[in-house]
Design a binder for this molecule. Structure first.
Ligand code: AMP
Ligand code: MG
Length: 414
């Protein structure tokens, strides 16, 4: 499936994007090492172990409304009932004990012992010291039972969960102040190319600014990695090799862009081969060029192509799932949703193609995709000025305006 460049070089067939991603993921294992973080720092980290509820949630039976706690058996059948008001409990107070009557209660307050039903204050007629409750009240109404949300001992979050704000809310509600997460994968990041200049510096003749590193750094951070930013490497094999070796020494992944095509200045391949292993894939995607995958001094290596849109796609569909596995994250690739095309597209089938589009609402409220005019693999404006990617499956040859096609919004890819 892959062209091994070590030993005997062989030419390869195109590999599908799915094969490439599955192969990439299969090469790595979750990083060892965990740390305990306060909840305030845990968002986006990956749970190292499942969390079990140390107590019931809610911890005690409480009222879901402002109203009156009563014993259902005290209600008349098919008629209203008047009961004396015996006392009241506010949120934060200890539970009372209900005698023969009604108990004024507020949202979140513990239900008095003996009460089994709460009547909303909007439904009653109150007099001095007495309340009249309507007919037709259901037993157990407006009462939140202890443990009805989560029972003590129940697993609430699985290992591998990348923590979200609502997960942190649940852990806090259970009284947990810290959580055990995996350490973040450390990723060494390089750009390669003699033409590249650091933004902010003057631009010499023939030079361009390094765009990929800023983009990849942000994508890595969003994917939960710790980034070791190692700058720009020149197209010089010996120097590349030395820097790659150094980077590999204390990282979980080495990620580069540029220099993996077949041009004379594409030295990344040779540098990697000198200190590790390399498979060079010709992945059946568009935009997309070869993606190099292998290892440097035993550390996993991915060499993305140089063109920024190919970098974006190669990161989203190959690097991102590999990072998820390194991070120990339970990861499901984003699911595309259907949109209506506002354009026609004809092509030679065989590759999975990604078209940069923005969404508008059609007159009937359905999302319609408008294609960005910048189609080239180098067009950063097309990425920055669009909402996501329309995906053309390998076997699709023709799409007409008005057809439905799968769409992946960038927010879900990043
Ligand atoms: P390469 O694969 O090195 O031949 O690069 C392919 C194209 O991508 C060339 O036009 C490069 O100048 C461009 N390129 C490579 N690296 C970067 C980068 N870090 N930022 C912007 N463009 C790049
Ligand atoms: Mg280059």
């Amino acid at each position: 499936m892959t062209a091994r460049l070590g030993g005997g070089r062989t030419d390869s067939d195109l590999v599908t994007l799915d094969e490439a991603a599955a192969d990439a993921v299969s090469r790595v294992h979750p990083v060892a090492g965990t740390l305990e973080l306060p909840l305030g720092e845990a968002d986006g980290h990956v749970l190292a172990q499942a969390v079990t509820a140390p107590r019931d949630l809610p911890p005690f039976a409480n009222s879901a409304v402002d109203g009156y706690a009563i014993r259902f058996a005290d209600l008349a059948t098919g008629a209203s009932t008047s009961l004396p008001i015996l006392g009241r409990t506010m949120a934060g107070e200890a539970p009372a004990v209900l005698g023969q009557g009604a108990w004024r209660i507020f949202t979140g307050a513990p239900v008095p012992d003996g009460a089994d039903t709460i009547v909303m204050q909007e439904d009653v007629v109150g007099g001095a010291g007495t309340v009249t409750l309507p007919a037709g009240i259901n037993r157990g109404a407006n009462l939140r039972l202890a443990g009805e949300d989560v029972a003590c001992g129940q697993q609430v979050l699985p290992a591998g969960r990348r923590l979200r704000p609502q997960d942190l809310g649940l852990l806090a509600a259970l009284g947990l102040a810290e959580v055990i997460v995996r350490r973040r994968p450390r990723v060494a990041l390089f750009s390669t190319g003699d033409e590249l200049t650091e933004p902010g510096r003057p631009l010499g003749p023939g030079a361009i600014y390094d765009a990929n590193r800023a983009m990849l750094r942000a994508m890595l951070l969003r994917a939960g990695a710790e980034v070791v930013d190692l700058g720009i490497l020149r197209d010089e094999a010996k120097d590349l090799e030395r820097r790659l070796r150094e980077a590999a020494a204390d990282c979980d992944l080495v990620l580069t862009s540029g220099g993996v095509s077949v041009g004379e200045a594409d030295h990344v391949k040779d540098a990697v081969l000198a200190c590790g292993t390399l498979d060079l894939w010709r992945v059946a995607i568009k935009p997309g060029k070869p993606i190099a995958i292998g290892s440097v001094s035993g550390t996993p290596f991915i060499g993305l192509p140089g063109n920024p849109v190919a970098v974006f796609v190669g990161f989203a569909f190959v690097t991102r799932p590999l990072l998820a596995r390194l991070a120990g994250e339970a990861y499901a690739p984003p699911q595309a949703r259907p949109v209506r095309l506002g354009f026609a597209h004809a092509r030679k089938p065989g590759r999975r193609e990604f078209l940069r589009v923005s969404l508008e609402q059609d007159t009937d409220g359905i999302a319609i995709a408008r294609r960005h005019p910048g189609e080239g693999a180098g067009s950063l404006a097309s990425l920055a000025q669009s909402d996501g990617l329309v995906v053309l499956a390998e076997d699709v040859a023709q799409l007409a305006a008005g057809d439905t096609a799968p769409f992946l919004p960038y927010v879900e890819l990043l």
